[in-house]
Design a protein around this ligand. Structure first.
Ligand code: DNO
Length: 391
């Protein structure tokens, strides 16, 4: 397994020399400044690659996360040929620069979603939390989405009403900011009106409709990935359930089976994100890893602790509900199998996904979920498990 680290590019408050001290060697990044749907030029990719390699810190750009998919493709609206062609061109340019693993997601409108970015931890520090009551309060009372009440347990709906009544304007703003924080690397955020407008554009698109749009996109890009030797790996939905009335179609075992069947080739694969999948009580993450192992091209390792009402909180990497040791065993077993089968892509890159804000992370203003010390703790713990299991 190759230790990697997500870096948000030159605007990231964590510098490459700091990352080098974690002893991770792979850099996972994106050209965040390029608007969705536009081509990543060879020059732009080479320049970023050189920046990563330049300080001679032993780092290299190994995974593009994400090469984002334009919302028009997810909605299936209009003439998409230009957007498909642009995506394929970016893939070709990445391949020309030697970057052959691409992570993307097919979540409509919002990426990962939390309701609190600074949930206090016992003994100090903070974590990211998804509180069902707060999400319900947002959807029912702030967004005023039709039918939102039906998506939550009655007691959650009740508590949400109380929270909303008692909340101040500042509480509501903080909640909106937390929910919007997940848009990866994007610098524009929706306000309530903007979000409402974005949701309207998905009116009439149900699960089957979204799947059809995804299948169409796969048919457009997977043959190209095959020609270029690129491994495509979808990131699961986070949280793995419908949200804001939008369908989510990459949330569990059956969704992954569906994906693999759409284009039955190894390059059509998965980012095994243990935290995303682990937030659904029905998902047995190590079992999913074993079942779909041969097309896992990348792993995000973190852990969540779930509550019965649908809430969850990001726990320490070896705590939480997922048996991380068993999961890592599944990934190492897959590497062994790949070696035996003579596969070229034996090594699975992984990154310590998210981390608690602790010690000197506090107040540093890094991306939510991506502090230095908290992730380093996660990496160190995962590294220990890998070393022990590899003996
Ligand atoms: C959250 C991340 C996701 C991921 C995208 C991939 O922390 O794992 O934002 O980068 O969903 O497209």
């Amino acid at each position: 397994m190759l230790e990697s680290w997500r870096w948000y590019g030159p605007l990231d408050k964590i510098s490459l020399p700091e990352i080098a001290q974690t002893r991770a060697t792979g850099i996972v990044t994106s050209l965040h400044e390029i608007p969705y749907g536009e081509v990543w030029s060879v020059e732009a990719i080479e320049a970023r690659k050189a920046l990563i390699a330049k300080p001679d810190l032993g780092l290299h750009w190994n995974v593009a996360e994400s090469l984002p998919i334009h919302e028009d493709i997810k909605r299936g609206t209009g003439d998409l040929s230009k957007l498909f062609a642009n995506y394929r061109q970016s893939m070709a340019n990445l391949a020309a620069c030697g970057i052959t693993t691409i992570c993307y997601n097919f979540m409509p409108v919002v990426d990962w979603t939390r309701t609190r970015l600074d949930q206090p931890l016992k003994g100090g520090g903070t974590s990211l939390r998804f509180e069902a009551t707060l999400m319900a309060a947002f959807e029912i009372h702030m967004l005023k989405r039709d039918g939102a009440e039906e998506d939550y347990l009655p007691e959650v709906v009740q508590k949400a009403a109380i929270w909303f009544q008692q909340s101040t304007d500042a509480d509501r703003e903080t909640l909106l900011a937390a929910i919007m924080a997940g848009l990866p690397g994007a610098y524009d955020r929706y306000d309530v009106e903007g979000l409402r407008a974005a949701l309207v554009t998905y009116d009439g698109i149900d699960r089957d409709g979204l799947r059809a749009n995804y299948a169409r996109w796969l048919a457009e890009v997977i043959p190209t990935a095959e020609e270029l030797g690129i491994k495509m790996c979808v990131h699961p939905d986070d949280p793995p359930r419908d949200i804001l009335g939008l369908p989510r179609i990459m949330s569990d075992r059956d969704d992954i089976a569906w994906l693999y069947a759409q284009q039955d080739t190894r390059v059509n694969g998965l980012t095994l994100c243990s935290g995303s999948l682990g937030a659904n009580p029905a998902n047995d993450v190590p079992a999913i890893a074993r079942e779909f192992a041969d097309r896992i091209h990348f792993a995000h390792l973190r852990n969540v602790r779930k509550d019965p009402d649908g809430s969850f909180e990001e726990d320490a990497h070896l705590n939480g509900d997922t048996d991380m040791v068993d999961l890592i065993r599944a990934l190492l077993d897959e590497e062994t199998r790949r070696t035996r089968n003579g596969r070229e892509d034996v090594v699975i890159p992984f990154r310590p996904d998210h981390g608690h804000e602790i010690l000197s992370d506090l107040g540093r203003g890094t991306h939510p979920g991506y502090p230095l010390i908290g992730r380093l703790v996660g990496l160190a713990e995962l590294r220990g498990v890998i070393a022990a299991l590899s003996q």
